[in-house]
Write a protein of this length. Structure first.
Ligand SMILES: NC(=O)C1=CN([C@@H]2O[C@H](COP(=O)(O)OP(=O)(O)OC[C@H]3O[C@@H](n4cnc5c(N)ncnc54)[C@H](OP(=O)(O)O)[C@@H]3O)[C@@H](O)[C@H]2O)C=CC1
Ligand SMILES: O=C(O)C1=N[C@H](C(=O)O)C[C@H](O)C1
Length: 272
C-alpha cells in the first residue's frame, strides 16, 4: 500500500485469541484503522471497537468498504469469509490453519478475484527458521529428521499449520523422506524414510517448533519460540499493508518479506 491514506481493515473472529490481538495491534499502529470487526457469537467491544454479527459480513463489507479483511478463525469460516470478501472486492489476509484440500481450493478460487495472502505463521523468526531448516537439511544428507511442535491447550488442529509447512520444506529438500510418522508406538526400529511428527498441547504455550537433525554421531536442533501473539498480529498487519493494491492471486508471507512485486502463484506456505 502506498501513500498516506490509512489502511482500513475488517477483522473476523474478533472475539478469538488472534482476532483480539489483531484489533489491539491495529488500534495501536499509526496508519491502520479497524473499520469493521465481526464474530460468530456475541462479543463485547475489543480495544474500544464494537464487534458485529459475522452472519452480516456481506452487508457490513459493503457499508464499511475496508481495504483488507484479516482472518484468524477456523478453516470452514475462513473459506466462507474469503469468498464473501472476494465478492465485495476486498483483499484477504488469512492466518487460519487446518484447511483440507476443499478449503484450499475455495481460497484459491477467491484469489482469482482479489489478492489473497495465506500464511501458517506470520512471525519473521519462523520465516528465518524455514530458510535455516532448508539449508541445514540439505547440508546433512541422510540424517534423521524429527519435528516437534508445542501449543496451548486451546489449539484445535494438529499438527500445527507451521509444522505442516516445515514438513513440506524438509520434503522439498529430502525426497527420500516420504513417510510422516505421527507420534510413535509399537515395536519396530525407525525407518530411514520417516519424518517423525510430534504435537504437544499444554497450558498457555504460544507456539514452539523444533526441527531435530541427527546422524553421524551428532545432533542439530533448530527451534523457534513465539513470545506472545503480538508477533503474529504485527506480521499480519504488515502483510495487509503490503497486499492492498496488488493484483488478484495467491501470496504468502515470504512475498512480503522479500518485498516481491510478483506473486499470484507458487506459494511456498501451504499447510492445507
Ligand atoms: N498464521 C499465524 O501466524 C497464526 C495462526 N493462528 C491460527 O488462527 C486460527 C485462530 O486461532 P485462535 O485465535 O487461537 O483461535 P480461537 O479459538 O481463540 O478463536 C477462533 C475464532 O474463530 C471463530 N470461529 C471458529 N470457528 C468458526 C466457525 N466455524 N464459524 C465462525 N467463526 C468461527 C471463533 O468464534 P466464536 O468466538 O464464536 O467461537 C473465534 O472468534 C487457528 O487456525 C490458528 O491455528 C493462530 C496464531 C498465529
Ligand atoms: O493456534 C495457534 O496458536 C498457532 N497456530 C499457528 C499454527 O498452526 O502453526 C501458528 C502459531 O504456531 C500459533
Amino acid at each position: 500500500m502506498t501513500g498516506d491514506a490509512a489502511l482500513r481493515i475488517a477483522v473476523t473472529g474478533a472475539g478469538g485469541r488472534m482476532g483480539r490481538e489483531v484489533i489491539e495491534a491495529a488500534t495501536a499502529r499509526e496508519g491502520v484503522e479497524v473499520v469493521l470487526a465481526v464474530n460468530r457469537t456475541p462479543t463485547d467491544p475489543v480495544a474500544g471497537v464494537d464487534v458485529a454479527d459475522a452472519a452480516r459480513l456481506d452487508d457490513l463489507l459493503a457499508e464499511t468498504a475496508p481495504d483488507a479483511l484479516v482472518d484468524f478463525t477456523g478453516p470452514e469460516s475462513a473459506a466462507a469469509y474469503a469468498e464473501t470478501a472476494a465478492e465485495a472486492g476486498v483483499a484477504v489476509v488469512t492466518g487460519t490453519t487446518g484447511f483440507d484440500s476443499g478449503g484450499t481450493a475455495r481460497l484459491r478460487a477467491a484469489s482469482e478475484a482479489v489478492p489473497l495472502l495465506k500464511a501458517s505463521n506470520f512471525s519473521r523468526g519462523v520465516a528465518a527458521l524455514r530458510r535455516a531448516v532448508r539449508e541445514a537439511v540439505a547440508a546433512v544428507p541422510g540424517y534423521d529428521v524429527e519435528l516437534t511442535e508445542t501449543h496451548h491447550d486451546g489449539k484445535r488442529d494438529a499438527p500445527s499449520g507451521t509444522a505442516k509447512t516445515l514438513l513440506e520444506d524438509v520434503e522439498g529438500v529430502r525426497e527420500d523422506l516420504d513417510r510422516r510418522v505421527h507420534g510413535r508406538e509399537g515395536d519396530a526400529p525407525r525407518g530411514s524414510d520417516e519424518i517423525g511428527v510430534h504435537a504437544r498441547r499444554a497450558g498457555d504455550v504460544t507456539g514452539e517448533h523444533e526441527v531435530l537433525l541427527a546422524g553421524n554421531r551428532e545432533t542439530l536442533a533448530l527451534t523457534h519460540r513465539a513470545g506472545d501473539r503480538g508477533v503474529f498480529a504485527a506480521g499480519a498487519l504488515d502483510a495487509a499493508t503490503w497486499l492492498v493494491g496488488r493484483d488478484p492471486g495467491r501470496y504468502d508471507f515470504d512475498d512480503v518479506l522479500d518485498g516481491s512485486a510478483a506473486g499470484g502463484e507458487g506459494t511456498t506456505d501451504d499447510d492445507g
